[in-house]
Design a binder for this molecule. Structure first.
Ligand code: NOJ
Length: 768
């Protein structure tokens, strides 16, 4: 898309020249300007022709940072072997080497000591920032603000690039309907439409308009594919999904990523319908590189080639390399399979060298696009690194993103916003003063204790008296690699202090939830309550003071059903990154009117999972609920979620009216409505449009998000909003994988959540 826009601008420029200059000159100009990729192709072909088989395979090999690069070089063991490979030109990429000094060190070896001097591409998990952190991706997605999300990725790229990094393993575009899966924190939630737009925004943010700039980095759409559908929400688990879900739910954000010009893909740990993704030719060759014409490269996930042995798909490392290469995995992250086995496989005729050439061309092309051949040290400038890291502009951008990510879940009797003076505030909870947890998971570049805590954020408002009590410990031993996060299940010794504080407060702010390391990779949970003794703490405080504002810090939907019934005000503040406490304080005091909407359904109980708004009706649907028992329901819990997808309140109120559906042409249905701010303060609303295709050859969900717009209104202001629906929004993928639009009746819903309030109908005929 960016490339297309760029091309259009160039062509427009050429056209203007063409009018003024002589014909011959402008033709030459056109050739020159459109020849960028041709130029790179020639260079790549030329370089490839000089490479030995081992050097080619070296480009397909990625190693994790393996020795203290600024210290003595290793002379034995695994690190020594990797070091040797690096010097021979058998390493194409490294991950987890960061900081100008260290990147320079390894890049110098690649460029100055290897025969062909091919630079490394340096990868890193810049998931929601590098050192200065934005909110976790799920939180950012709650903003529904694509420009801000793009900007957040932009500043992350700028800061990471200044530290020598030129490739991020983001965005994760896996759709998930299962909050037990810890990695929902890393994605855009449950919806493929929202997820596709957010994927594009993030890719554009990371990659910018010019990949060769020292401020942009290559993005990576991951995990291809199905990773978010791990059975029972257990990370890395089996994925078995049908064609319709694959085509309509899982694939769209990946397709959108290709359309946005993402330069790399990462495959995934899981098997999909019996075939591990890394060895899956259907995914990588047929769909991605075939049907979608993706011309970047695919990296495996960490060790995922070798893991195919445990999957029971290949018998040894050699077969893992063979199957992966044939299936279209271009780069091996830490399996050692390619570097050790691929050359022999080619010599034995088991892998065609043309496949190796294709993979290497893809990798070299991205390195050229990044400008690494022009200047391999372009990302390595220590002065720039010092100036850019944690700069004011980056802090401001992550603060802005943090404010916009907060979702107001409940606000009985307008308890919020808080009055700015004369209040005795009790601040309670294990996360209230925490300066590490708000950084969330995937923050390997950031230092501990660098987030603004809620306590610090509130202290900026000086005219209220704050008394803080921790009340309980949430975790013991907070580390990314801890095998078991020891959750405190019985230490209530801090309760009495918290109760005393609560008794003497006008209002109590409780900051509870999950520690930043309690969601993320390998952090699946069977229970989505508040971990540890937090629920007991909440109830103990409630018994002495009911005036509670519950601020949630968490990486996924939680089953806070008791809190919803009892606590008057609930603020979903996720893990908001470096500026967390400042953003939360601004919202609590009304300096920022919350506008976030949930990108994922909150269940009432874990047993409802998977629970999502775009479900199918069944032959025995839920609405209206019949009196007898034989319909699709539970006997011990409602079918309804606690908070639906798209839900979120504001300090003001909005009135939706005047829904009109008009057929603007044979290609467009226009849906318009009026939105009025009926409250007393300005506010932003995410106006959402959903459709229901009533009858189709493959059944359609009861609702599908197909449009949204952020609308800002002053009190009493009214604005009209118009959506356009075309084949793109009204069609779907059938079970042959073809995109079709079937004529017939549609319902359309508009409102401030997936429980949209306005409803109408239209019919699509054969001519549409
Ligand atoms: C494993 C994760 O699944 C992937 O998302 C990540 O990018 C790699 N490790 C590299 O850290």
């Amino acid at each position: 898309m960016i490339r297309n826009v760029y091309k259009i601008v160039i062509l427009a420029f050429i056209f203007v020249c063409y009018q003024g200059c002589d014909k011959q000159n402008s033709k030459e100009l056109a050739l020159h300007l459109n020849d960028d990729s041709l130029f790179i192709k020639e260079k790549v072909d030329d370089l490839l022709s000089q490479m030995t088989l081992e050097e080619k395979i070296g480009q397909m090999n990625q190693y994790n940072g393996f020795w203290d690069v600024t210290g003595p070089t290793p002379d034995s063991g695994d690190a020594a072997k990797k070091y040797e490979h690096l010097k021979k030109g058998y390493v194409g990429s490294m991950l987890n080497v960061r900081g100008v000094k260290d990147v320079m060190e390894v890049q110098k070896i690649a460029v100055e000591e290897t025969r062909l001097g091919i630079p490394l591409i340096i990868g890193f998990d810049v998931i929601h920032g590098y050192k200065t952190l934005s909110p976790i991706p799920l939180a950012e997605s709650a903003s529904w603000d694509l420009e801000s999300i793009k900007k957040s990725a932009r500043v992350a790229a700028i800061e990471a690039a200044a530290a020598g990094i030129n490739w991020t393993f983001a965005p994760m575009v896996d759709i998930s309907r299962d909050a037990r899966w810890g990695r929902v924190m890393e994605g855009a939630g449950e919806d493929p439409y929202l997820g596709s737009l957010i994927a594009k925004a993030r890719i554009q943010g990371f990659q910018g308009d010019d990949l060769s700039s020292h401020e942009t980095i290559a993005a990576c759409a991951k995990h291809w594919a199905g990773y978010g559908f791990a059975e029972s929400g257990r990370d890395y688990n089996t994925v078995d999904v049908g064609t319709s879900t694959l085509n309509n739910i899982i694939f769209p954000p990946f397709k959108a990523s290709v359309e946005a010009g993402v330069r790399t893909f990462m495959n995934s740990f899981n098997e999909l319908n019996g075939i591990p993704a890394t060895g899956n030719a259907f995914l990588q060759r047929e769909i991605l590189k075939g049907k979608w014409n993706f011309d970047g490269f695919v990296v495996s996930d960490w060790g995922s080639m070798i893991e195919m042995i445990e999957h029971g798909f290949v018998k040894d490392k050699k077969q893992a390399a063979e199957i992966s290469a044939i299936a279209g995995s271009d780069m091996d992250m830490e399996s050692y399979a390619y570097v050790e086995e691929l050359a022999n496989l080619v010599r034995e005729g088991r892998v065609d060298e043309a496949l190796i050439d294709d993979a290497v061309k893809r990798i070299l092309t991205v390195k050229y696009e990044l400008g690494l051949f022009d200047d391999p040290y372009k990302y390595c400038n220590e002065t720039r690194e010092t100036e850019v890291t944690g700069s004011e502009a980056i802090q401001e951008a992550v603060l802005d993103m943090a404010r916009k990510s907060i979702v107001l879940l409940k606000n009985e009797n307008n308890l919020l916003p808080l009055s700015k003076s004369g209040q005795k505030i009790g601040l309670i909870g294990p996360l209230a003063a925490d300066k590490t947890s708000p950084l969330g998971s995937w923050r390997i570049g950031a230092d501990d204790n660098t987030a603004v805590s809620v306590l610090e954020g509130l202290q900026r408002y000086k005219n209220n008296a704050i008394t803080y009590a921790k009340g309980a410990d949430l975790t013991i031993g907070e580390t990314l690699f801890a095998i078991e996060l020891d959750i405190n299940k019985d230490d209530t010794s801090g309760f009495s202090e918290a109760i005393e504080v609560a008794k003497n407060s006008d209002v109590v702010i409780m900051v509870l939830g999950e520690h930043g390391f309690q969601s993320g990779e390998a952090r699946s949970r069977t229970n989505l309550d508040l971990p540890g003794v937090q629920q007991e703490l909440l109830e103990a405080v409630y018994n002495v003071n009911k005036n509670i504002v519950l601020v949630l810090n968490n990486g996924r939907p939680l089953t806070i059903t008791w809190a919803d019934e009892h606590i008057p005000a609930i603020v979903e503040a996720w893990q908001l990154g470096t500026q967390s406490g400042n953003a939360i304080a601004e919202v609590l005091y009304g300096d920022y009117n919350p506008s976030g909407k949930l990108p994922m359904t909150f269940p009432r109980s874990v047993g409802q999972i998977p629970i999502y708004y775009n479900y199918k009706n069944t032959g025995r649907p839920t609405i209206p609920a019949p009196k007898e028992v034989f319909w699709s329901h539970y006997i011990d819990e409602s079918n309804e979620p606690l908070y639906p997808f798209g839900y979120g309140l504001s300090y003001t109120t909005f009135l939706y009216s005047d829904l009109e559906v008009t057929k603007a042409s044979e290609e467009v249905v226009e849906v318009s409505l009026k939105l009025e701010n009926t409250g007393k303060v300005s506010g932003k609303e995410v106006v959402q449009l959903y459709i229901h295709d009533l009858f189709a050859t493959v059944t359609r969900p009861v609702k599908e998000l197909k449009g949204f717009e952020l609308v800002e209104l002053a009190p009493n202001e009214i604005k009209s909003v118009t959506f356009k629906l075309t084949k793109k929004e009204l069609g779907f993928y059938n079970n042959s994988g073809d995109f079709v639009l079937e004529p017939g009746e549609f319902k359309v819903y508009v409102g401030g959540s997936s429980k949209a309030v306005l409803e109408s109908k239209f019919t699509i005929n054969n001519n549409f």
